[in-house]
Design a protein around this ligand. Structure first.
Ligand code: DAH
Length: 338
């Protein structure tokens, strides 16, 4: 007898109000003569007391085996050691940094609060360019004090007031070139901001990788070779295509697409039925950009590209909804590497 339930069953069987042996005996006693009833009744009561005493003894023995309250149960499984996971966007960033540091590129970050000059004007974006539209750009109500990035900005440099959240990392092209002579080989990685509503592929803050190479005799072939090598390193054997495009700061310009991961090119809602997903914009640096930073556009040429980090992560892991990167749902984040 090891449980309270077993003890209760025993109690019911012997001395319960109905269906017990004592109850049956008492019932049978009704048919006895008054003399018989007296002696038999006493015997039955004595037996009942003995049984009650025996059961009480068992009950206290059972209670003694019970664990005291708040006791430590050494048989419980231990609490697992929870290891954190790298965020998928950090994984992509570090992979890109790895690819380009191996190629001898410099890695920069730069300010997220920018001025109109570095974000637009020096990148050959005229005042009426649609990218400067209030709908795309988040402006600061109060201009902040000029701030330099890193120690490379010489003392006494004049800088326009910082009045917007950078809409792209291309601003870092200007920031770097205006203080460093060619040759240039850099990637700049970090957050950028746009007045976008949240949906499957847009968030008001996302991340970009900017690449810039400037030197003697840099050609479109260097751009194609570099961007294709990066795409292969990031996506394995993924198919890549170059498409003529327009950016004010490059001429010629090209957009680079990769096969849609969701439909494998058949056409779906994610790739807007085209079978391709754009991953980056690129081109040969426009002479007007070189002029803005004091480079001799007859002496050097260069290429640049800008790529969305979230987009790369979406492609690599088949993430259909960009919002998952920011919701901090462990069921999502735990699927990525350490
Ligand atoms: N700045 C562009 C964007 O935000 C991307 C881009 C396009 C960057 C062409 C470049 C470039 O450096 O050459 O969409």
């Amino acid at each position: 007898m090891r449980t309270d339930a077993e003890l209760q069953a025993l109690r019911n069987r012997w001395i319960g109000r109905s269906n017990s042996w004592t109850a049956a005996f008492m019932e049978a006693l009704k048919t006895a003569t008054p003399q018989q009833r007296k002696s038999l009744g006493k015997g039955a009561n004595d037996l009942k007391k003995d049984v009650e005493a025996a059961i009480a003894e068992r009950a206290s023995a059972l209670a003694a085996t019970r664990r005291p309250k708040n006791a430590v149960d050494l048989t419980l499984p231990g609490r697992g050691l929870q290891l954190g996971h790298r965020h998928p966007l950090s994984l992509v960033r570090d992979e890109v940094i790895d690819i380009f540091t191996r190629l001898g590129y410099q890695v920069l970050e730069g300010p997220e609060i920018e001025d109109d000059y570095h974000n637009f004007e020096a990148l050959n974006m005229p005042a009426d360019h649609p990218a400067r539209d209030m709908h795309d750009t988040l402006y600061l109500r109060t201009p902040l004090q000029p701030r330099s990035y890193g120690a490379e900005v010489p003392a006494g440099t004049k800088a326009a007031p910082l009045t917007l959240l950078r809409t792209h990392t291309s601003a870092m092209q200007i920031r770097h070139m205006e203080h460093n002579a060619p040759p240039v080989r850099l990637v700049a990685i970090g957050p950028v901001y746009r007045k976008d509503d949240l949906d499957l592929t847009h968030t008001p803050m996302f991340h970009q990788v900017e690449g810039l190479v400037v030197g003697k005799g840099i050609t479109l072939a260097d751009l194609k070779g570099t961007v294709s090598a990066m795409a292969r390193a990031l996506f394995g054997s993924a198919e890549v295509r170059f498409r003529p495009s327009f950016f004010p700061y490059t001429e010629p310009s090209a957009e680079v697409d990769i096969r849609c991961f969701k439909c494998a090119g058949a056409g779906c809602s994610l790739c807007k039925k085209s079978g391709w997903i754009e991953i980056l914009g690129s081109g040969m640096v426009h002479p007007a950009v070189f002029e803005a930073v004091g480079y001799d556009s007859d002496a050097v040429t260069g290429f640049a590209f800008g790529m969305g980090v979230e987009r790369v992560a979406q492609l690599k892991w088949g993430v259909g909804d960009i919002r998952l990167f920011y919701e901090n749902d462990l069921r999502f984040l735990e699927q990525f590497g350490i």
